[in-house]
Design a protein around this ligand. Structure first.
Ligand code: SF4
Ligand code: SF4
Length: 112
């Protein structure tokens, strides 16, 4: 199947299935004082959820925080948790959103 056809099929599938497909909303919990600002978590996040804090921890390092406006973008893949060499990040996932809510009318809805 050529790429254009694949794109067309994918966009059709998205349209019919969006209201059924659920994905987790991850909550990022950071222990700031364990962080040494290696930035692995920031660089490896597939959704660009994290950025450096403006504040520093007790060791003088910037630590990761969720970017403003990205509060619902964490998909709980746990990549940041796995790559952190200092176990400074924990991801919990107790809420889900459907893709139509995520991309559509109720961008800020939880659950569903
Ligand atoms: S769990 Fe995944 S999506 Fe969420 S902040 Fe970590 S790397 Fe990004
Ligand atoms: S991967 Fe861990 S130590 Fe490195 S910046 Fe992120 S939280 Fe800090």
């Amino acid at each position: 199947m050529v790429l254009a056809q694949q794109d067309e099929v994918w966009s059709m599938r998205r349209l019919v299935n969006l209201h059924k497909m659920k994905r987790p909303i991850g909550k990022v919990i950071v222990n700031p004082d364990l962080c040494k600002d290696c930035r692995f978590c920031i660089e490896f996040c597939p959704n660009n959820v994290l950025e450096e804090s403006k504040d520093v921890n007790i060791k003088g390092y910037h630590y990761p925080v969720v970017r403003p406006g990205k509060e619902l973008d964490c998909v709980a893949c746990r990549m940041c948790e796995k790559v952190c060499p200092d176990f400074a990040i924990t991801i919990v996932s107790e809420e889900y959103t459907t893709y139509d809510k995520y991309y559509g009318v109720s961008r800020h809805a939880h659950g569903g």
